[in-house]
Ligand binder design. Structure first.
Ligand code: GDP
Ligand code: MG
Length: 436
């Protein structure tokens, strides 16, 4: 999926201008990629329609960076589709009861162990695992192996064939032994059937868990959606656990499930080991699907803070060789607004070189700003008039020395020279560099 989307978005990334045809074509590719990942046809179509509407509404075509805006739209919409915000577990009960549901092989037993380990590491939680798979003795043994591995107690009753009774006995055991979380692992079958639904529904009714989790193998694609729907109809579960999201697993299930059952995905499983558990972050999943990493957030921050009109004016000034200290000051203020200086320092032309010898932290520009503030408007627009006596005055006014003023002037001159060099054809490239 990632590769396909990458290809689709590649057209838009880095292109100065796009046409309506481009937008339509890209969205068609995005839709195809979603379909390939087993996303329901209707959901994929609705998705691309929404993105298209938003693209038109935000005048993507006339914006300065249509490609990036488009990428951002696709990402935001994908994030929203997968649930928007991160959803935690409800652990308010005493003890808190968590019930696992799902088909056989979906990863319930493995995830029960992972979750117990995850909660145990939170220090305030003392979990108990309860084995309610009465059909496969091996399943009970499996949970014991897991429990030994993570040093969490496992409650089981091998002769007992009534899962409701075992669950209740497990909860009583937890209460008597100071466990504040009970994780109930249940049996599943290879396909949805009456018997399984009746059994899990009976357990659910009897123990009234705070959290009923539906565990689903993310490799099952379109089927995952149908299974989720069947379980949700019976249990009205609280959250989804997406397992086996390691390797090159397709993300289709994550995209579809939320929109079909309207329940949040809470955790993901990313391997067979007990540590392979992660909180589900919709935006990270969108990033992963789009294969963009942190680039998007960087683009967003820049987009937020960088006034596009200003950028255009600045470009003109540079072209006409009118870049002065006032403009420089504005650039510094823009950069400061963006936060992480080290990431963003490269956005100001020539700044990387200029800041080479300065430790880049939030105070990095303090001295520079003070010096510029002590200059008269004429001095700022026309630095060449700054003679020895002016330097003395500026140094005094800014609480710095003549040497420091000299150094800034020298660096400013170097920077201006560099800008001149980049004029003409290079100017545009530089502006792009500034914006990327
Ligand atoms: P259950 O029948 O629902 O209890 O499923 P299990 O917990 O027994 O898991 C079935 C198989 O999937 C086992 O071989 C697990 O090791 C494997 N498994 C479970 N979760 C993951 C995961 O996140 N990634 C990978 N690669 N394998 C997993
Ligand atoms: Mg099992």
């Amino acid at each position: 999926l990632s590769e396909k989307l990458d290809k689709a978005l590649h057209v838009l990334k880095g292109h100065g201008s796009i046409t309506e045809v481009n937008v339509a074509e890209t969205l068609k590719e995005v839709r195809r990629a979603l379909l390939d990942a087993d996303v329901n046809f209707k959901i994929a179509k609705e998705f691309t329609n929404r993105v298209k509407e938003k693209a038109l509404g935000q005048n993507v075509l006339t914006s300065l960076q249509p490609g990036q805006l488009m990428v951002k739209l696709v990402k935001d919409e994908l994030t929203e589709l997968m649930g928007g915000d991160v959803e935690g577990l409800n652990l308010t009960g005493t003890p808190s009861i968590i019930l696992m549901s799902g088909l056989q092989g979906s990863g319930k037993t493995t995830f029960s162990g992972k979750l117990a380990n995850y909660l145990k590491n939170k220090k305030t939680k003392k979990p108990l695992l309860v084995a309610c798979d009465v059909y496969r003795p091996a399943a009970v043994d499996q949970l014991h192996v897991v429990g030994d591995q993570i040093k969490v107690e496992v409650f089981s009753d091998k002769g007992n064939t009534d899962p409701v009774a075992i669950a209740q006995a497990g909860i009583a055991h937890a209460k008597a032994n100071g466990h504040n979380v009970v994780i109930i692992d249940t049996a599943g079958r290879l396909a949805v059937d009456e018997a399984m639904m009746t059994e899990i529904s009976n357990i659910h009714k009897a123990i009234q868990p705070q959290e009923t989790l539906f565990v689903v193998d993310s490799m099952t694609g379109q089927d995952a959606v149908n299974t989720a729907k069947a379980f949700n109809d019976v249990l009205n579960f609280d959250g989804v656990i997406l397992t086996k999201l390691d390797g090159d697993t397709r993300g289709g299930a994550a995209i579809s499930i939320k929109s079909v059952v309207n329940k949040p995905i809470k955790f993901i499983g990313t391997g067979e080991k007990m540590e392979a558990i992660d909180v589900f972050y919709p935006s990270r999943m969108a990033d992963r699907i789009l294969g963009m990493g942190d680039v998007v957030s960087l683009v967003e921050r820049a987009q937020e803070q960088f006034d596009e009109e200003e950028a255009r004016k600045l470009q003109k000034k540079i072209a006409k060789n009118q870049f002065g200290f006032d403009d420089f000051l504005k650039q510094i203020q823009q950069i400061k607004k963006m936060g992480n200086m080290k990431d963003l320092i490269g956005m100001i032309p020539g700044a990387g070189k200029m800041m080479k010898n300065i430790d880049i932290d939030d105070d990095a520009f303090k001295g520079i700003e003070a010096i510029i503030h002590s200059m008269t408007p004429q001095e700022r627009t026309n630095p060449s008039i700054i003679n020895a006596s002016r330097k003395k005055r500026i140094g005094k006014g800014s609480g710095t020395s003549v040497q420091e003023v000299n150094q800034l002037l020298k660096q400013f001159n170097q920077m201006s020279k560099m800008m001149k060099m980049m004029q003409g054809g290079g100017g545009k490239r530089m502006m792009n560099a500034m914006k990327n």
